[in-house]
Design a protein around this ligand. Structure first.
Ligand code: ADP
Ligand code: ZN
Length: 610
């Protein structure tokens, strides 16, 4: 019975024809009154897991969320579906709060989003008791449940008090959700929220629609420009840089090149940050150049790419930052360039701070794992999941390493030359100088230090400058060499170097290929796939323009009107009647009534014009 209803509401209200992953099991479990803990990656479709049971069950659904900026968008999206939703948080003035409160007490809401501090404010629990008596409470959803963990950086003390919900309302089901998967956090959520009896729904953390690519840094700006031009000419995306200055410079440079680029970092004043973030969410095709300060709670589903011009600090960071791409399930790119310089400066950054040694060691290990990933020749999806303790069934067939399998070569001999060159020059020079010595180039510096007389001078002529640079990068990334802070980043040997120098171990390097972006031909051959290639299609642009106009009228983000996936299906299926339009995924009854005609008209005009 509930299952039937669930499908009907899924179709009629949300406009979706099928559940995704574990959604159905979760919805049925909670609709039947069970508690649940849901671990699902970003973009997995968590919202539906509580929104749907809230509609199926008697009474109002209460959603606790710490992300104030997101509540408005979530509520706007629900209103578009014809669901009576509202939110209560500190961004509202007293009068608006009061009026929402009254609506609540009249039983005129299906769902209420509320900030934890609002929920815990004196008197609100007794308000809920009245609501429960008069209309019933359908469920409590606790979103971003990892906020109970004091080990994470999203810790919210009020989350600890949420056990009161269970104590006061033992019969109301609770569903806690998070995209943070690690076991300690999961256990802490269970313990802190008293969810021992809850059923756990653990999804795979794979993001199959993200294409991971790690390229060797050659000329970063040129590479970035080529990437954007060939693959993302009209798309929204995020470009991460390490420093505020680089953010500013890169944004300015992109703007000069004609891109709609905006900067975002913690050094900008609150207003500018707010405006830029708002433009990113509300407009189409904005490229946000940002430090990691940007992204927390950014729920824009159609971020088509995340580019890293600098290394993230860890695999966790990389997964989280790249994970902001492709929440809508459509193809998205995670693109990164890095080189020896980045490895050295990142190591220096971590070693240089005045954090305690133990912390430094931990951060180093995390960076090393990331570098291992960068240099890995295995499938990127597999490598990421392995890091998080999950198996991946096979090669993804679409990451850089799967598409262009990487050659490896026995670098033992080259490594030995490089290491002995480091040793003989006194373990205080950078790669540039060392390569000069190996190649037998007598630069001014080589002359000054009399390095022409060394036994290693000129012994490495069989490799090119670029190849040596690759050798040094991989030796540093692999922890055989390290950058010495005291010697201005000069390279010195680590313990790992000894067995190599003694001839007791061997080392294999990846052969750096010419870094290529996906070629036009390759793109064309993929164009049957959901997204690739529609970028410049005039009808696609017309549909997007219509969506933007409708969004502006109502002051909501465009994706609240229709997700990209819905728009794409309209583009591909070209419905000619409202009935056909209603079959498109993401077009529920409310949206069909509001926007069906407008989009049919765009299609018609285009058909006539073409
Ligand atoms: P999360 O909160 O887990 O990051 P969301 O709830 O925002 O994910 O959902 C991600 C995207 O998937 C949204 O665009 C949403 O509309 C879409 N979605 C969710 N469930 C379904 C479904 N059953 N069919 C089609 N699209 C879905
Ligand atoms: Zn792969």
């Amino acid at each position: 019975m509930a299952a039937l209803n669930a499908h009907a509401v899924l179709q009629d209200t949300f406009g979706y024809s099928a559940f995704r992953g574990q959604q159905q099991a979760i919805v049925e479990h909670v609709a039947a009154g069970g508690d649940a803990l849901v671990l699902m990656p970003t973009g997995g479709g968590k919202s539906l897991c509580y929104q749907l049971p809230a509609l199926l069950r008697e009474g109002i659904g209460i959603v606790v969320s710490p992300l104030i900026a997101l509540m408005q968008d979530q509520v706007d999206a629900l209103l578009q579906l014809g669901v009576r939703a509202a939110f209560l948080n500190s961004s509202l003035d007293a009068e608006t709060s009061r009026s929402i409160y009254q609506t609540l007490m009249r039983g005129e809401l299906d769902m209420l989003y509320i900030a934890p501090e609002r929920l815990m404010a004196p008197g609100f629990i007794s308000t809920l008791e009245q609501v429960q008596q008069r209309f019933g409470i359908a469920l409590f959803a606790i979103d971003e449940a990892h906020c109970v963990s004091q080990w994470g950086h999203d810790f919210r003390p009020e989350y600890r008090q949420l056990t009161v919900l269970h104590e006061q309302f033992p019969d109301v089901p609770r569903i806690a959700l998070t995209a943070t998967a690690d076991t300690p956090t999961r256990n802490e959520i269970v313990e802190r929220l008293g969810l021992e009896q809850a059923e756990q729904f653990v999804s795979s953390f794979d993001r199959p629609n993200i294409r991971y690519r790690v390229a060797l840094k050659d000329n970063a700006r040129k590479q970035l420009q080529a990437f954007l031009e060939t693959e993302h000419s009209n798309d929204a995306g995020i470009i991460y840089c390490l420093s505020r200055r680089k953010v500013e410079e890169t944004a300015a440079w992109l703007k000069e090149k004609g891109w709609d680029a905006l900067p975002y970092h913690a050094g900008l004043d609150a207003r500018t940050r707010q405006t830029n973030q708002q433009r990113f969410l509300r407009e189409e095709g904005i490229v946000m150049v940002a430090t990691v300060a940007f992204g927390m709670g950014i729920d824009k589903p159609n971020v088509r790419f995340v580019a890293h011009l600098d290394l993230p600090k860890s695999m966790e960071g990389y997964y989280q930052e790249t994970g902001r791409a492709g929440r809508d399930g459509l193809q998205a790119n995670a693109w990164m360039v890095y080189g020896l310089g980045d490895v050295v400066s990142m190591r220096q950054l971590l070693d240089g701070g005045d954090t305690p040694d133990e912390r430094k060691r931990l951060e180093r290990q995390k960076l090393d794992a990331l570098l291992g990933y960068c240099e890995s020749t295995a499938c990127r999806h597999q490598a990421i999941l392995r890091y998080f303790g999950e198996q991946h069934p096979g090669n993804c067939g679409q990451c850089d390493n799967c598409l262009n399998p990487v050659d490896t070569w026995d670098g033992t001999e080259a490594a030995r030359m490089a290491l002995s060159c480091v040793y003989r020059t006194g373990q205080r020079f950078g790669a540039g100088h060392l390569i000069d010595v190996l190649l037998g180039k007598s630069s001014a510096q080589v002359e000054r230090f009399n390095h022409t007389s060394l036994s290693t001078f000129g012994i490495g002529k069989q490799l090119s400058q670029t190849q040596w640079s690759s050798v040094f990068r991989q030796l540093v990334a692999g922890g055989v060499l390290e950058a010495d802070m005291e010697a201005y980043g000069g390279l010195k040997l680590t313990d790992e170097a000894r067995p190599l120098l003694r001839g007791e171990s061997e080392i294999w390097f990846r052969r750096d290929a010419e870094v290529s972006n996906i070629s036009k031909a390759e793109r064309a051959s993929r164009s049957k796939e959901a997204y690739a290639g529609v970028n410049d299609d005039p009808l696609w642009l017309a549909l997007k323009a219509k969506r933007l106009a409708l969004a502006r009228e109502q002051e909501v983000p465009p994706y609240v009107i229709f997700h990209d996936s819905t728009l794409l299906e309209i583009l591909n299926r070209r419905p000619t009647t409202l009935i056909e339009m209603g079959r498109i995924s993401g077009v529920g009854q409310a949206k069909l009534a509001h926007y069906g005609d407008e989009f049919l008209q765009v299609l018609e005009e285009h058909a006539n014009g073409a």
